[in-house]
Design a protein around this ligand. Structure first.
Ligand code: AMP
Length: 208
């Protein structure tokens, strides 16, 4: 059986994390979320965490060298069959990945900027189990995954830093579309549909 090496691309708050969790479970492959990994490093006070903190909180991309070191370690432990959520985000990252592992599908979640800005105000992260999702009301404080009342807005979800992240996405990540299209790997999905519909579109691509 051929292995599934899937990359999920999309702007902040496009639903990548939610789709990645479901898809990794469905394909039974490990999922690399570089943003989540970096937040863990910050919480642990590691050297990588200390280096990455300021970049993340101001909405900037973390330098390629730091990301590539983390991904190299992760890939050496998970070489066959994987899902990547939030990596690669720049052309040098994509080129480095290409040297060590071949993606089999690249899926872009397409969501317009005004919808992303709306979603960012509703996004919460559970400090107990780490899951990220949207709340219906700003008073909502219970995690649907683990039931604790430990939800927070991410520091980089303030509208100001969202705008920096979105600008970086346009400048540094959009060029990946042409890069992967030229390799015949790019697929786009309308990320404004319901999470269930988006997931079923993703499955059609992965299983085609
Ligand atoms: P995410 O959880 O994917 O939204 O990532 C949160 C933040 O982590 C991003 O805004 C970046 O500052 C940083 N980050 C995550 N993945 C990468 C990457 N592949 N390259 C550069 N910075 C990254």
């Amino acid at each position: 059986m051929t292995e599934n090496n899937v990359i999920l691309l999309g702007p902040p708050a496009s639903g990548k994390g939610t789709q990645a969790r479901q898809l990794a479970a469905h394909l039974d492959v490990p999922c690399l979320g570089t943003g989540k990994l970096l937040r863990n490093e910050i919480d642990n006070g590691s050297v990588i965490g200390l280096e990455a903190k300021e970049f993340i909180e101001s909405g900037q991309y973390v330098p390629d060298e730091i990301i590539l070191k983390m991904v190299e370690t992760w890939l050496s432990e998970n070489p066959h069959g994987w899902l990547m959520d939030g990596f690669p985000r720049t052309i040098p990252q994509a080129e480095a990945l290409q040297e060590s592992a071949m993606p089999t599908r690249v899926i872009v979640l397409d969501v317009p900027q005004d919808e992303l800005e709306f979603r960012i105000t509703k996004r919460r992260e559970c400090t107990s189990c780490g899951v990220t999702f949207a709340v219906n009301s700003n008073d909502d404080n219970t995690c649907p995954e683990c039931g604790t009342n430990t939800l927070v807005s991410r520091a980089d979800d303030a509208l100001e830093s969202f705008k920096v992240r979105y600008q970086n996405y346009k400048e540094l990540t959009l060029p990946l579309f042409d890069y992967y299209a030229s390799l015949g790997l790019l697929n786009k999905v309308d990320g404004t549909s319901s999470p269930e519909e988006v997931f079923s579109e993703i499955l059609k691509i992965v299983e085609s």
